[in-house]
Design a protein around this ligand. Structure first.
Ligand SMILES: [Zn+2]
Length: 206
């Protein structure tokens, strides 16, 4: 059937587009809160102040929080909104020494090493649960795209860099959001080593 062929072609084109993910170089540590955790940290009637508008409808708030780990703490950690979905913490690689946490690593099977951090705000604190901590390169994906690609929150995938000398990067963890943005994040050092820039794309290898 001609229509079947057209449908298949269309489907392939849509899937191809869904597999391309823009790159953003991020070196800053920050936290994004669930609505419940925001209330626990800042109280019921909280109205946070937007300091700066960021890409993908996100904002940087003026308010800060403190992260406490087994070995130490870091104050004045940035909060990125809008809130909602699950709480996650993005750290710089060096933070693990100061805080005493190890990044989640994919084990054989399904178990993941899960560091624990406490987030402290002016009105209370919350212990961050399993797999809420992101270090090094990772991907954020909007829920619609994740559904279309059959990916679950915290899934691992591989991506291929573009350009003259493509490289496959494995064990990239995906954090799914309800905010309509899909981005591949990596540090400036990693980007330099891979000769890629903000605005380039990576392609998901399923
Ligand atoms: Zn990120």
């Amino acid at each position: 059937m001609v229509t079947d062929k057209v449908d298949t072609k269309l489907n392939e084109m849509i899937i191809h587009d869904l597999l391309l993910v823009p790159i953003h170089i991020r070196d800053d540590r920050h936290v994004c809160l669930s609505s419940e955790d925001c209330i626990r940290l800042f109280g019921n009637d909280v109205q946070l102040t937007v300091e700066k508008e960021l890409s993908g409808d996100r904002v940087l708030y003026r308010e800060k929080i403190t992260l406490v780990g087994p070995k130490g703490s870091i104050e004045n950690v940035a909060l990125i909104g809008p809130f909602g979905g699950q709480t996650y913490i993005e750290l710089q690689m060096a933070d693990r020494w100061n805080l005493g946490v190890e990044p989640p690593v994919k084990e054989s099977g399904t178990a993941l090493a899960a560091p624990t951090l406490t987030i402290v705000g002016p009105m209370g604190s919350v212990v961050n649960y399993m797999n809420g901590i992101i270090m090094g390169r990772h991907m954020h994906m909007d829920a619609d795209r994740a559904k279309a690609l059959g990916l679950k929150n915290k899934a691992f995938l591989s991506v291929e860099t573009r350009g003259n000398q493509p490289v496959i990067l494995k064990n990239i963890q995906v954090t799914i959001n309800n905010h309509h943005y899909t981005e591949f994040h990596l540090t400036g050092n990693e980007a330099e080593a891979l000769e890629i820039e903000s605005g380039d794309n990576v392609k998901i290898v399923l």
